[in-house]
Design a protein around this ligand. Sequence first.
Ligand SMILES: Cc1cc2nc3c(=O)[nH]c(=O)nc-3n(C[C@H](O)[C@H](O)[C@H](O)COP(=O)(O)OP(=O)(O)OC[C@H]3O[C@@H](n4cnc5c(N)ncnc54)[C@H](O)[C@@H]3O)c2cc1C
Length: 406
Amino acid sequence: MNNTTEMYDVVIVGAGASGLLCALECARTQKKVLVLEKAPLPGRKILVSGNGRCNFTNRYVSPEKYRADSTFIHSLLKRFSFEDCLAYFDKLGMLYTEEAQGRVFPLTNKATAVTDVLKAALAETHATLLCNQEVVRVKKGRFFTVFTQNGQSFLTKNVVLACGSCAYPQVSGSQRGYELAKSLGHTIIQPRPALSGLVLKENFSRLTGIRAYVRLSADVTPSAQAEGEIIFTNYGINGPAALNISAAVSRALDNGNVSVHICFLPQLTDAENFFSQRMKRFFHRKPKDFFAGLLHESITNLLIDFKGLRKNKSMGEQSPTAVKQTFETVVNWPGTVTSLRGWNEAMIAIGGVNLREINYNTLESRCCPHLFITGELLDADGISGGFNLHFAWASGFCAAQAITKE
Ligand SMILES: Cc1cc2nc3c(=O)[nH]c(=O)nc-3n(C[C@H](O)[C@H](O)[C@H](O)COP(=O)(O)OP(=O)(O)OC[C@H]3O[C@@H](n4cnc5c(N)ncnc54)[C@H](O)[C@@H]3O)c2cc1C
């Protein structure tokens, strides 16, 4: 079937977070809007986000939470702030609740609340959403012709590439967005997995399943550090702190393994003094009892073996060097990241369309007028906590503002 006799104001490629919000905003004005989605359902990644609960924004959205030109993020957040995001979903009819660290979730605790209100609002407009329509080519002439895999084509004045990244291929992630952007003149910064577990050379499998609140840092430039929970796994570490340094580690892995340091007592301001005082009080205790109340028992056992402390001797009877090294290790346990868990576990991709080729105010391509690029397809990424979805909404919103002003 060929639909090129009908002219759309905008064809949006991808009904994910940024595409749906962009479509909704474009359709609020009398623009003729078509959304093409390759999957049978829209918003599949939204549905798996936040463990199915969808952490859709964060009170602390600010340029520092992103790895992208801060002028760009600042420009987006000025027009679609945290408060704007809450007001937006409120207007769509969704209640929400704020949890620790400013993370916001739907009150129903289900990501379906987010996709349902977006779908319902879109259905109330005159926009057309077609699923099972993978866009395989976009041709630029006087207008754009958008071709889908099943042989359809659509004529449009504007195109929005809202295809997302290649992360999580089991739920809609694909390379197609990069290919389409490239075919229209863009350069792609090589995508790499991020917000994914860190594979360590050292064997921590004895600690599998154990959680610890730590400060985790990586020897990378610029420095990367996160305080929060880690979860030991059979391959290394996962959990919020590991995820939040994973993007920086992912970039640095190109130059070889990356050293990381785990501080198990991030609350301490002067660890040396703390341990010297503790030695005065508890020098008579055996190592296991000395660390009781400080560390998880399994971490203590690994520490004792790692540093060669004698289990049946008191701390006062151990070699002073071994004691000193043990205390240092508690606040600076070394690890070596050899890789990140792959695309099937990475929540996002870093890299993507080069931001230098994008107009920061409009999200319009500088290579191809009337082409707009939004969301994770761009080379911008946030830490975990609702920042990536906020970026997707904000970029979709700003692109729609530019399109509807035309
Ligand atoms: C497991 C997991 C958990 C996450 N949890 C959170 C969280 O709690 N909070 C948070 O902020 N972020 C989270 N994220 C990240 C967040 O989901 C993404 O950053 C966000 O969805 C990106 O929005 P987008 O619009 O760019 O792309 P997507 O939401 O990925 O949408 C892109 C859409 O385009 C479609 N598409 C692609 N190519 C084509 C084509 N050629 N033709 C037609 N359609 C196409 C896809 O099928 C998809 O529906 C999570 C991600 C994952 C994988």
